[in-house]
Write a protein that binds this ligand. Structure first.
Ligand code: F6R
Length: 606
C-alpha cells in the first residue's frame, strides 16, 4: 500500500510531487507528505488526511527545490496522524526516506537502534529504515542503503535522499516501483499514472532492484551491487485516459467505460469461423487434469464465474480459492495442475504469495492480469492481459467485466482444444461475446440509469440488503453485495438463491430489500419460486429481469430491466445494473465513492 513519488531535474519538485501523488491517492489516503532539498537542507511537510490537506497547507509557503520525494499513506503500523506520516528523517534531518510495504523485523531492529542511541519519533515500522541507513552511512548513500537492506526482512519500495547529495536512491522487494526516464530529469513512482504528465518512457523495476537517479543519468543494480539492465517501456495511454473525462467520479467513468474495456479485452482474440480463440498462451491446454483459480475480492468472484464456465465448456475440475486461504492450506498441486491467478493490480500480496506456493509445488501458472509489468506478470508462466486500461476508482468495476470475459475466453480455449466444445457451440459463444460491448452499452442507457437511481433512493435507508442469484449468476449476486458494502457501507449479504431457505430466510421482513437476479435462464422458474418465498414474508424484491420478460417482472416490487444476453455471458451484462445500484445508493448517501473508507486499491500487505 502507499504511493511514492521521487523527482530530480530542473522543475519545481513540489509541483511534480503533489501532481504525482494526486494520481496515486487510490493507493492510500491516510496522510501525505513531501521532502524537498532546498539547496542546503531537506525540508519536510506532512499532514494526516487526504492530499488536499497537504496541498492547502503548502499554499502560500515558499518551499522550492528541484529534488524531492513524496508519499501518500495507507496506515499499517501506527495511527494515521501527522507524526506517522511519511517522509521520516534521522535526528539530524540529513537522511529522509519514504516507504511502501511492511518491515516485518522492525521491532528487533528498532530496539537495537535505540540501544545505539537513536531516538524515534513515530510508531511506524518505516522509520527504522532511516536510522538503519544512517548507521551505515560513511559518505556513500547508495552503499549505506545497500548494506542497511541486508538486515531488513519484509516488503518495501524504499526511496531515500540525503541533504548533501543531489541524488535519490531507491530499492524494491515485493512492493512496486517504476522509474520515469526524462530528458535532463528522472522520476520514481509506485505506478505509471503519476509519471504520465512528464514522460511516457518508464522502467518497471524488478524485485531486488536498486536504482540511483540523478537528473542526467541513472544506474540499476541488484542488491549485491551488480549492474542489471532493464528495458525502457513506452506507455501508450495518455494522461487524459487516467483522468475523470467529464464524469463526476472515476468510478462512474469506469462503469461507463465498460463497453470500450470489453472491446479491448476481446480485441483480436475471437475466431468466428472456427469457434476458437487466439490467446497467444504458450501452455498446452490438453495437459491439465485440474485447475485452481486463485484471487481476492472482486477478482475472486470473477474466478467463480470462470469455474462455472470452464467446468461447463471444458469439463475439467476447477476449484476457486481466496488467495489468503490457498497459501496456507497446503493445496494438492501437481504438474498437471493449471493455477490461474486473477488480479487487476498484479501486486496483491496474498495472490502473489499463493502463486509462488502453486509454482513451488509444480503447477503451471497463468495470470489474468490488468497491470502491465506488475510483479505477477513476471512470475507466471504466461499472461492473459485483460487490457482494461487504468482503473482509479478503488472499487473494481470495469476490471470485473473484463476479467469475466477473459475467463470465458479461457473456457473456450480449453474446451475447443480438449474436444469438449464443438465448433458450432464455440461459434455461438463467440457470437455472444462479440455482442457484449453493445449489450453493456444498452445497459447504460439514460432511462435505465434513471430507473436504478430511483430505486437506489427508495431503499437508501435500508440497514441491510440481500442479493440472490443462481448458477452462473450466483457470483453476480456476490459481486453486487460487495459493491454495495464497499461504496455505500450498507451491510449486504449474498446467497445462491436456492440456499436462502436453509437459513437466511429468517432475516426477511418488510425492511429487507432483496435483489434477485431473475434474467433469462434454464433456472429462472426456480428463481421465481425463491422470489415468491421472499414476498410471502413481506420482503421487498428488486428483480433484475431480461428485457421483455413480463412474467418475471410481475413478481417484484421494483424491476431493473437489462438487455437479454446469452446465459453464459449474462453475468457481464447483469452486474452493470448492480454496480449502478451500489453507486447511486452511495452518492445519495453522500459517500466518497472513489475512495471508500478503509480501502486501498492495491493491497500489498497481508
Ligand atoms: C473490490 C476490489 C477488491 C480487489 C481485490 C484484489 O472492489 O477492488 O476486492 O478486487 O483487492 O485486487 P487485485 O485484482 O488487484 O488483485
Amino acid at each position: 500500500m502507499c504511493g511514492i513519488v521521487g523527482y530530480v531535474g530542473p522543475r519545481n519538485a513540489v509541483d511534480v510531487l503533489i501532481n504525482g501523488l494526486s494520481k496515486l491517492e487510490y493507493r492510500g489516503y491516510d496522510s501525505a507528505g513531501v521532502a524537498v532539498n532546498t539547496g542546503n537542507h531537506l525540508e519536510i511537510r506532512k499532514n494526516a488526511g487526504k492530499l488536499g490537506v497537504l496541498s492547502e497547507a503548502l499554499k502560500g509557503q515558499s518551499l522550492t527545490g528541484t529534488l524531492g520525494i513524496g508519499h501518500t499513506r495507507w496506515a499499517t503500523h501506527g495511527r494515521p496522524n501527522d507524526v506517522n506520516a511519511h517522509p521520516h528523517a534521522t535526528e539530524d534531518g540529513k537522511i529522509v526516506i519514504i516507504h511502501n510495504g511492511i518491515i516485518e523485523n522492525y521491532l528487533p531492529l528498532k530496539e537495537s537502534l535505540i540501544a545505539k542511541g537513536h531516538s524515534f519519533k513515530s510508531e511506524t515500522d518505516s522509520e527504522v529504515l532511516a536510522h538503519l541507513i544512517e548507521e551505515q552511512y560513511k559518505g556513500n548513500l547508495e552503499q549505506a542503503v545497500r548494506t542497511a537492506l541486508k538486515q531488513v526482512r519484509g516488503a518495501y519500495s524504499l526511496v531515500v535522499t540525503h541533504a548533501d547529495h543531489r541524488e535519490i536512491v531507491a530499492a524494491r522487494t515485493v512492493s512496486p516501483l517504476v522509474m520515469g526516464v526524462g530528458n535532463g530529469e528522472n522520476f520514481l513512482a509506485s505506478d505509471v499514472p503519476a509519471l504520465l504528465a512528464y514522460t511516457r518512457e518508464v522502467i518497471f523495476l524488478h524485485d531486488g532492484d536498486m536504482v540511483v537517479i540523478h537528473e542526467n543519468d541513472y544506474r540499476i543494480t541488484d542488491l549485491a551491487g551488480n549492474e542489471v539492465s532493464r528495458e525502457v517501456t513506452h506507455i501508450e495511454w495518455d494522461a487524459e485516459a487516467a483522468e475523470k473525462g467529464g464524469f463526476d467520479t472515476y468510478t462512474l467513468k469506469e462503469i461507463f467505460e465498460q463497453p470500450q474495456a470489453l472491446t479491448n479485452t476481446l480485441l483480436g482474440r475471437l475466431r468466428d469461423e472456427t469457434g476458437e480463440v487466439d490467446l497467444d498462451i504458450n501452455l498446452d491446454p490438453k495437459s491439465f487434469k485440474r485447475i485452481s483459480i486463485i484471487a481476492c475480492g472482486t477478482a475472486f468472484y470473477a474466478g467463480l464465474v470462470g469455474e462455472y464456465l470452464i467446468e461447463q465448456l471444458a469439463r475439467i475440475p476447477v476449484e476457486v480459492d481466496v488467495a489468503s486461504e490457498y497459501r496456507y492450506r497446503q493445496p494438492l498441486v501437481s504438474e498437471n495442475t493449471l493455477a490461474i491467478v486473477i488480479s487487476q493490480s498484479g501486486e496483491t500480496i496474498d495472490t502473489l504469495e499463493a502463486l509462488r506456493e502453486a509454482k513451488k509445488d509444480g503447477a503451471k501458472t497463468l495470470g489474468v492480469i490488468n497491470a502491465k509489468g506488475s510483479s505477477m506478470t513476471r512470475e507466471v508462466d504466461d499472461v492473459l492481459y485483460i487490457h482494461s486500461g487504468p482503473e482509479i476508482g478503488v472499487a473494481s468495476t470495469k476490471v470485473y467485466t473484463s476479467m469475466v470475459s477473459a475467463m470465458l475466453m479461457l473456457a473456450l480455449w480449453l474446451g475447443r482444444a480438449r474436444g469438449t466444445l464443438d465448433s458450432a457451440k464455440g461459434a455461438e459463444l463467440i457470437h455472444a461475446a462479440r455482442e457484449l460491448p453493445r449489450l453493456v452499452e444498452q445497459a447504460l442507457e439514460p432511462e435505465r440509469v434513471e430507473n436504478i437511481k430511483r430505486i437506489a433512493e427508495k431503499y437508501k435507508n435500508a440497514r441491510d440488503y440481500l442479493f440472490l442469484g443462481r448458477g452462473v449468476n450466483a457470483p453476480t449476486a456476490f459481486e453486487g453485495a460487495l459493491k454495495l458494502k464497499e461504496l455505500s457501507y450498507i451491510h449486504a449479504e449474498a446467497y445462491a438463491a436456492g440456499e436462502m431457505k436453509h437459513g437466511p430466510i429468517a432475516l426477511i421482513d418488510e425492511n429487507l430489500p432483496v435483489v434477485a437476479i431473475a434474467t433469462d435462464s434454464f433456472l429462472l422458474e426456480k428463481t421465481i419460486s425463491n422470489i415468491q418465498e421472499v414476498r410471502a414474508r413481506s420482503g421487498q424484491v428488486i428483480a433484475v429481469v431480461s428485457d421483455g420478460d413480463t412474467d418475471a417482472s410481475r413478481h417484484a416490487d421494483d424491476v431493473i430491466f437489462v438487455p437479454k444476453a446469452h446465459e453464459m455471458v449474462s453475468p457481464i451484462v447483469n452486474v452493470v445494473a448492480l454496480q449502478l445500484l451500489a453507486y447511486f445508493t452511495a452518492t445519495t448517501l453522500g459517500k466518497d465513492v472513489d475512495k471508500p473508507r478503509n480501502l486501498a486499491k492495491s493491497v500489498t500487505v497481508e
